[in-house]
Design a protein around this ligand. Structure first.
Ligand SMILES: Cc1ncc(COP(=O)(O)O)c(C=O)c1O
Length: 325
């Protein structure tokens, strides 16, 4: 893989370390399209190749490329107890022969389920702090990095969600895959809809759309924050990636009408979306991310936000281990 060079990028991007099964498939959703009166497709980033798949491996392809370049022998990161990000870091680290240290927020679980079970199976060394405060977890992760260094180790620490400029390059690639699909299928999407949390997925897609000259809109369905707060988070990642001139063309669109009471609080619309997607298209979603994004898509469809001939792409970002918590 060649390093990525583009005059619009301010990052020094190392060659991608291929780990995921990409390009991920894109397919038509015939029954959902009929139900909602527009042309819906799904890009299957739930099938990225490790464990239950998901979006995080695309970020890790760039981050772990840097980690190996720096001679790292361990990875350190943090997240909530059932973090998809932490699980994926555990699996990717295992594949590269790196020790993986996870600091998880929340009470020590009575039993390993969902992502904790998978991360432990993959050999991660897990510690718990009973907090929902991200800054406490990041601080503990920094302390762990220092103590590993003091013991002669070479840890590579990654912030929660891997949503740095470098990690988000993974979704620049994903947007290029979407453009390649459009070309091969001779169609164009008006809209990409996906769940947005730590913001790297959306920042990467938006950066990719500007760099690649893609004309559609990218709607991030917030899962935890107000639209204003989430937009700011996406822009904070974009400034790490794009030159000032390029960033002027970046459109960041966030919908916060489907967050409900907050992160990890299920909503009726989300529960309905899980049922619709599995019963109509055989697609499993999760209750934290993709279910809320799909709830937004369904509501937009029902309220006539899309024309009958409009092609809309739902980006399935994974997370389905949540169903086994
Ligand atoms: C399944 C799933 N979908 C979407 C997201 C949101 O991606 P990002 O954190 O890059 O905004 C996450 C983040 O944890 C996730 O786990």
């Amino acid at each position: 893989m060649e390093p990525m060079r583009d005059p619009g990028l301010i990052l020094d991007v190392p060659a991608r370390r291929p780990l995921a099964q990409t390009p991920t498939p894109v397919h038509y959703l015939p029954r959902l399209s009929k139900m909602l009166g527009a042309q819906f497709y799904c890009k299957r980033d739930d099938l990225t190749g490790f464990g239950f798949g998901g979006n995080k491996i695309r970020k890790l392809e760039f981050l772990l490329s840097e980690a190996t370049q720096q001679g790292a022998d361990a990875l350190v990161t943090c997240g909530s107890n059932q973090s998809n990000w932490c699980c994926m870091t555990a699996v990717a680290g295992a594949v590269l022969g790196l020790d993986v240290y996870l600091v998880l927020g929340g009470p020590v679980p009575q039993k390993d389920t969902g992502n904790i079970r998978l991360a432990r199976l993959a050999g991660a060394k897990i510690s718990h702090i009973d907090t929902a405060d991200d800054s406490v977890l990041e601080k503990a992760s920094l302390d762990l990095e220092s103590s590993l260094k003091a013991n002669g180790r070479r840890p590579y620490r990654i912030i929660m969600g891997g949503s740095t400029g470098l990690g988000s390059m993974g979704y620049v690639h994903a947007l290029y895959e979407i453009m390649a699909f459009e070309k091969s299928a001779n169609l164009s999407f008006s809209t990409v809809i996906h769940a947005t949390g730590s913001a790297g997925t959306q920042a990467g897609l938006v950066a990719g759309s500007v760099l690649g000259g893609w004309g559609g809109q990218i709607i991030g369905m917030a899962v935890s924050r107000s639209a204003a707060a989430q937009e700011e988070k996406v822009r904070a990642v974009l400034v790490q990636m794009l030159s000032r001139k390029t960033i002027e063309r970046a459109k960041v669109i966030v919908e916060d009408g489907f967050v409900g009471a907050g992160y990890r609080h299920n909503t009726e619309a989300c529960a309905e979306a899980l049922e619709i997607f599995s019963r109509v298209e055989g697609l499993f979603l999760d209750e934290v991310y993709t279910g809320k994004a799909a709830a937004g898509l369904i509501a937009y469809g029902r309220t006539g936000r899309f024309r009958a001939d409009e092609n809309v792409l739902f980006l399935h970002t994974g997370g389905t281990a949540q169903l086994f918590e």
